[in-house]
Write a protein that binds this ligand. Structure first.
Ligand code: MN
Length: 248
């Protein structure tokens, strides 16, 4: 049996209302042996009785409303969807409480951090003018090599990308794509940073617990666009799906 992976979709109300999800998320989960299940935004009360899936993939998208982490809107936030925020935060809190494996990508790592009680940098270029460019020009491909990321020795990410014992390898470095203007600021209780860009921007979060704690990994890059051409990135999806199937 393929483990079921819930993936919340985006409500697009700008034109005719529809739900959207980039196909690359679905293909990456399928390629790793999971059964993707696209879930529409519904009120938390209606979702409460739904059976738990094998795992939860939080995909990319617009910014989380600053009010969700107790901040004033600096004027730089984009594409806020209050309903999506509310529903995904409730879903993520349930997943954390019930120990569902989580893979959180781009907006997902930010949403994960906010759901667990952390805060965000609202706009990297205006708050940190010396930071490197975390945006990618629209004429570049989605897998565009943007910057390096240092992985914390012994972390899940280092073990996965190091294809073995990350602790023995020491800090590993990987090349990633980058399409974000926000990032994790204060890391939520229960999570710890495990990946950083060269400018110090947090690019990875994991649970701050023993290695047998549930698989909870957030990445600020877009592994779904790297997986087709990078085996180490496919290993990230395989590790997530394996955890969703009950593996430790
Ligand atoms: Mn980046």
């Amino acid at each position: 049996m393929r483990p079921t992976i819930h993936i919340p979709v985006t409500s697009d109300r700008r034109r005719r209302p529809e739900f959207r999800l980039r196909a690359s998320y679905v293909r990456a989960v399928l390629g790793a042996g999971g059964a993707p299940l696209l879930v529409p935004p519904i009120p938390p009360a209606d979702a409460a009785g739904q059976p738990r899936p094998g795992g939860l993939l939080l995909p990319g998208g617009g910014d989380v409303a600053p009010s969700r982490y107790g901040a004033e809107d600096s004027g730089a936030v984009r594409l806020v969807d209050p309903e999506r925020d509310e529903w995904e935060i409730a879903l993520t809190r349930r997943a954390l409480e019930e120990g569902w494996p989580i893979l959180a990508i781009c907006r997902g790592i930010q949403l994960l951090n906010v759901a667990a009680g952390g805060t965000l940098i609202q706009d990297i270029p205006t708050e940190f003018p010396d930071a490197l460019c975390h945006a990618t020009p629209p004429d570049r491909p989605l897998h565009h090599d943007a910057h390096g990321v240092r992985l914390l020795a012994g972390s899940r990410l280092a073990c996965i990308y190091g294809a073995g014992d990350g602790a023995a390898l020491g800090d590993a470095s990987v090349r990633v794509n980058s399409r974000h203007h926000q990032a994790v600021r204060d890391v939520a209780p229960g999570l710890r940073p495990t990946a950083w860009a060269p400018d110090g921007i947090v690019e990875g979060l994991e649970t701050d617990g023993p290695s047998e704690s549930p698989f909870v990994v957030g990445v600020q890059w877009h592994p779904e666009d790297l997986a087709p051409r990078d085996g180490a990135t496919r290993a990230l999806f395989r590790a997530f799906v394996a955890a969703a199937g009950g593996a430790r």
